[in-house]
Design a protein around this ligand. Structure first.
Ligand code: NAP
Length: 298
């Protein structure tokens, strides 16, 4: 594979996605920075990215993509293929945080969260995989979270969306290894992005008010998360290192965090247990699980 790769990123208007776009493009990778509504609500973000690309001659192309919309995802993937001829890496980054006591989250809020954080990557992966299979190579990257491995009260739905993403990404890794396609998971801890400003809160306040002191959990947790948040460039630098790791040598999971909550230990134990499970089903060799796939921090 050419060392300069073609990378499609979802949710590039702000935060990690935007930093990934700039960080990867500065190293010569061609980036399709996709976002919702670049001609409207995100017009300022889109024009800042385009201006930066022009000023510093960076290979960044802004495309419209709403990960909850089939036609929008297809259009963006087709446009990237038409321009670059291939997609080497798809970074499933678009997502948001939902905070509040679980009983106070409406079913509509729960469905919307899963539609973005979980079904969004399903849709994007289904759109890019036929191209990666044709190429015989590619990387599906999933921006999960430490909350994809540990659970906090008042974060249950967000955790569920990231646990779901982790399960899917891991299953992809077993199924696609034989076709030269890697599936990797990045698990950031808390980092300074627009995520806290974009947080959705549980809508059923009447139920929240019946919880006494427990109703203070969300404020306590969100205060601790935002006050301990690290510099998001750390995650972008990790993503660059992962993308530049040769095919076949990438880990399944990368934990990147200002604080160690023990997620690496969970990852290491899960790797061992998964190895046993695949072995027991006679699948260890077929999934290439035992051939150098490791977990750890970057
Ligand atoms: N920051 C952290 O501490 C942290 C930690 C762990 C994991 N994460 C994960 O990192 C990812 C990026 O978040 P961030 O921290 O960079 O927050 P952010 O600055 O709020 O960025 C989220 C991005 O997702 C986009 N998005 C939301 N719904 C979308 C949709 N339907 N279609 C396309 N794009 C959509 C947003 O676009 P709009 O501008 O259109 O809303 C925005 O570009 C998320 O998956 C988040 O769960 C963040």
């Amino acid at each position: 594979m050419n060392s300069k790769q073609v990378v499609l990123i979802t949710g590039s208007s702000t935060g990690f996605g935007r930093l990934f776009a700039e960080t990867l493009a500065r190293k010569g990778h061609t980036v399709f920075a996709t976002m919702r509504d670049p001609g409207g609500r995100n017009a300022k973000n889109a024009s800042e990215i385009r201006a930066l690309a022009e000023k510093d001659s960076l290979p960044i192309h802004v495309l419209e993509m709403d990960v909850t919309d089939d036609a929008s995802v297809e259009r963006a993937v087709n446009a990237a293929i038409a321009k670059a001829g291939r997609i080497d890496v798809a970074i499933n980054n678009a997502g948001y945080y939902l905070s509040g006591l679980e009983e106070a989250v409406t079913t509509e809020q729960a469905q919307r969260l899963m539609a973005t954080n979980f079904i969004g990557p399903v849709r994007v992966n289904r759109a890019v995989l036929p191209h990666m299979r044709r190429q015989g190579s590619g990387v599906l990257m999933h921006i999960s979270s430490a909350a994809g491995r540990v659970v906090l009260p008042s974060v249950g739905f967000y955790c569920a969306s990231k646990f779901a993403l982790e399960a899917l990404a891991e299953a992809y890794s077993y199924e696609l290894a034989a076709q030269g396609i890697e599936s990797v998971i990045v698990q950031p801890g808390a980092y300074e992005t627009a995520v806290f400003g974009n947080t959705v809160t549980a809508a059923d306040e009447a139920r929240t008010h019946t919880y006494g002191a427990v109703k203070e959990f969300p404020a306590k947790i969100n205060g601790a998360l935002s006050s301990g948040a690290g510099n998001a460039q750390e995650v972008a630098d990790a993503v660059l290192r992962i993308i530049e790791t040769p095919a076949g040598e990438k880990q399944l999971r990368y934990f990147v965090s200002p604080k160690n909550y023990g997620v690496e230990e969970i990852n290491a134990l899960a790797k061992q247990v998964q190895g046993n499970v695949l072995e027991a089903f006679g699948l260890a060799a077929d999934t290439q699980f035992l051939k150098g796939k490791a977990v750890g921090a970057v």
